[in-house]
Write a protein that binds this ligand. Structure first.
Ligand code: MG
Length: 311
């Protein structure tokens, strides 16, 4: 949680970095490696380094990360609703808005019947489901039934820290498995690639310890022929712009889960807020900014619970 990140950053990570000359985030991560885990706290410093580097050099962040694209398509995303009719109405809107793929939450009680209704109404739209670790390998038969719906992938069907059961499940079904919660660091993703636990990886910069690690995971997946996509964790516009910049890398080839600020916030902490753009054919997209959004000082003040000055 945010309070834990604050304490780890204050008591351990910040003192290890203060007065150090850091030539890269690889260097930064090496200095922090003796502190196990705590990816969100590490991401704070890694991403801050990239923000500063972009500002100092005047280079857009996505260029610093090695991207050559400036715009990529994004997907639509729908949770569990009061009724399947409500969901079908929501998907109608997304299809009319030309979202290239739609992600659906999938859990006991909101599963095959929901998928059947969605597929009947939208035979050609690209869909995938996200199970948020809600199932076990003993549910393999359920996922064999999911195969008939022709989904793009099944996101994180099994436990949040597993790569072994996912490999076994992937052997038993046709639909690609995508790791999300399990993709916590480069080493675990490499093990998943070795075990053939998945055919997609969802990368969230915060969860993997920052952009440095997110790029490394992207590169490892590219080398293994496994496409990735970028997910978000309710970032402010500053954090979302990091996700946007990351999503410009070429192996992020499945449409990202990046949303306009207005989806989650009445008023974003940072300016400018994230807005969707469109590709020439009307597909909803995000465009990498030349300059990153910055927190608005009055809004930051209003929401600040605790303050730390590093000297
Ligand atoms: Mg997910």
């Amino acid at each position: 949680c945010a309070a834990g990140v604050f304490v780890v950053a204050r008591d351990w990570l910040a003192p290890a970095l203060l007065h150090q000359d850091l030539s890269s985030t690889a260097d930064l991560q090496t200095r922090l490696a003796i502190y196990k885990g705590n990816p969100f706290a590490k991401a704070l410093f890694d991403n801050a380094w990239w923000s500063l580097q972009s500002k100092i050099t005047g280079q857009p962040l996505h260029r610093l990360l090695g991207a050559t694209r400036d715009q990529v398509p994004v997907g639509a995303d729908f949770g569990v609703m009061d009724s399947i009719d409500d969901l079908l109405t929501a998907i109608d809107t997304a299809v009319a808005a030309k979202f290239p793929r739609v992600k659906l939450k999938f859990r006991p009680g909101w599963d095959l019947e929901m998928l059947r209704a969605v597929r009947r109404r939208f035979p050609d739209q690209m869909f995938h489901i996200d199970c948020n670790s809600g199932y076990r390998l003993s549910d393999a038969e359920l996922f064999q039934q999911v195969d008939e719906f022709g989904l793009a992938m099944i996101e994180q069907p099994l436990q949040h820290d597993d790569v072994i059961d996912h490999a076994e499940l992937q052997r038993q079904i046709k639909t690609p498995v995508c790791l999300d919660e399990s993709a916590t660091n480069l080493r675990t993703v490499q093990q998943a690639l070795q075990l053939a636990s998945c055919r997609y990886v969802n990368v969230k910069p915060g969860r993997v310890g920052g952009l440095n690690n997110a790029v490394a995971i992207h590169d490892a997946c590219r080398a293994a022929g496994i496409p990735c996509w970028v997910g978000g964790m309710l970032e402010s516009a500053t954090g979302a712009a990091h996700c946007v910049a990351l999503a410009m890398l070429e192996n992020f080839s499945y449409p990202a889960d990046i949303f306009p600020s207005s989806r989650f916030y009445h008023q974003d902490l940072s300016e400018p807020a994230v807005e969707l753009t469109s590709l020439p054919d009307g597909t909803p997209a995000v465009t990498a900014p030349d300059q990153l959004p910055e927190p608005v000082p009055e809004r930051l003040d209003r929401l600040t619970l605790e303050r730390l000055v590093l000297k």
